[in-house]
Design a protein around this ligand. Sequence first.
Ligand code: ATP
Ligand code: MG
Length: 165
Amino acid sequence: MIIRTRDLTDEWMITEMIYESYKPEDTFAIGERIGREAEPGMLCTLTGDLGVGKTVLTQGIAKGLGIKECVNSPTFTIVQVYESGRLPLYHLDVYRIGDIEEMEETGYEDYFFGEGLCIVEWADLIRELIPEEHTQIIIEKDLEKGFDYRKISVRQPGKGNRLLS
Ligand SMILES: Nc1ncnc2c1ncn2[C@@H]1O[C@H](COP(=O)(O)OP(=O)(O)OP(=O)(O)O)[C@@H](O)[C@H]1O
Ligand SMILES: [Mg+2]
């Protein structure tokens, strides 16, 4: 599943791990692994096109954290908090956010800087609010490799990749 890891730059010490997924279950399993390795206070942005598998990955992450509840896309609420796992999971989906002021009302800082693992779907829409130190998860399709194929890149600042060592 893992194809390569590399330092993107020496200066920033960003390490990147790339996974290949050929079906939803692969994406779920990758998420599960991330959930098992996640550390308190970790902030992950999750980007990729509509329907690419962001929520599937998040469901795997929840399982990896030992969360019992069912995790779905928070359609009408921006934030969902799950407390039944090893760490709290703060699942934000900012797709429907109108403007940055609306984010203030969600109390997002409690989640970005909280004790749990914070996952932000559609983080590109609120880029200016994301602290520099965060983990980026990018999901991309490659139709040449099949309709269900997904490339999942995990980029993390710091020495080595704590999620994926
Ligand atoms: N390799 C794959 N990994 C994940 N999902 C896949 C894969 N192949 C097919 N799928 C399908 O793609 C869909 C992904 O849906 P999901 O809700 O996770 O996407 P999303 O990125 O969260 O969408 P949205 O942008 O609407 O929030 C599911 O129906 C899933 O079955
Ligand atoms: Mg989603």
